[in-house]
Design a protein around this ligand. Sequence first.
Ligand SMILES: Nc1ncnc2c1ncn2[C@@H]1O[C@H](COP(=O)(O)OP(=O)(O)OP(=O)(O)O)[C@@H](O)[C@H]1O
Ligand SMILES: C[C@H](N)[C@@H](CCCCCC(=O)O)NC(=O)O
Ligand SMILES: [Mg+2]
Length: 242
Amino acid sequence: MDVFPLQIPGFMVVGTDTDVGKTFVSAAIARQLTAEGVRTGVYKPACSGSVADESTGQPCWQDVELLRQAIGATELPTERICPQTFHAPLAPPVAAEKEGRQIDETLLLEGVRWWESQVEFLIVEGVGGVLCPLSSQQLIVDFAEKLQYPLLIVARAGLGTINHSLLTIEVLQQRGLTIAGLILNDVDPELSDESRLSNAEQIQKWTSVPVLSFVPFDWQSNLLRYQTQDRIDWRQLSQDLL
Ligand SMILES: Nc1ncnc2c1ncn2[C@@H]1O[C@H](COP(=O)(O)OP(=O)(O)OP(=O)(O)O)[C@@H](O)[C@H]1O
Ligand SMILES: C[C@H](N)[C@@H](CCCCCC(=O)O)NC(=O)O
Ligand SMILES: [Mg+2]
């Protein structure tokens, strides 16, 4: 496996599934770093599932919009944040095929390399869960292996998350990847259930990967460290893992 280490620190934000809050969490981290005065970049290797822009009616990609807003780069072209966008809400290579296109393997990595000369810290968001196909040649976990960034795993807060979290951790550990921690994210208060009270403790019982944070539904400020509620120093955390 070729590796593609960048000269700037960062995290790759991966998920236990699609719709678990990777963009929500990536944007929160990027916003915090930007507010702290750290020149921060955001990148997503491919994005599928367009929506109509409210004002223009033109197709846009919500992940890209939220990531762009998080770093306050209103003029930055979509291609810098995500060079390969597709309309259908499907795994990227499947969405690409529907448009008679293919994922450009080189561009996946060239796109991330561009950020190296632009910023001090980079947040890379995955697509779907870690075994989601990114192209016809590779899964998200393969891309993570090339990138060599420490991983932040976003998982749903509610029932089912112990299994999804441990499965994800097992796959990443089998690849020898560095996991910075797991973030439990409350995506839907309707799914409220009593497992929320014991999930973090159970995950900690079965793995040494730390639960870094619990993100309440609609949380609009910086993520807080689980249990202590301290501010998370993302740069320090990434440095500690080198
Ligand atoms: N803590 C939260 N509170 C309220 N809404 C949330 C929270 N986290 C996520 N959401 C919402 O849940 C939905 C899914 O979140 P998000 O788009 O971040 O998932 P994702 O893991 O990035 O999905 P994808 O695989 O498509 O990239 C979005 O509508 C988002 O605004
Ligand atoms: C359409 C979704 N929102 C997402 C793709 C998720 C694919 C999941 C495939 C699977 O694991 O079955 N796209 C994206 O993150 O750009
Ligand atoms: Mg997303």
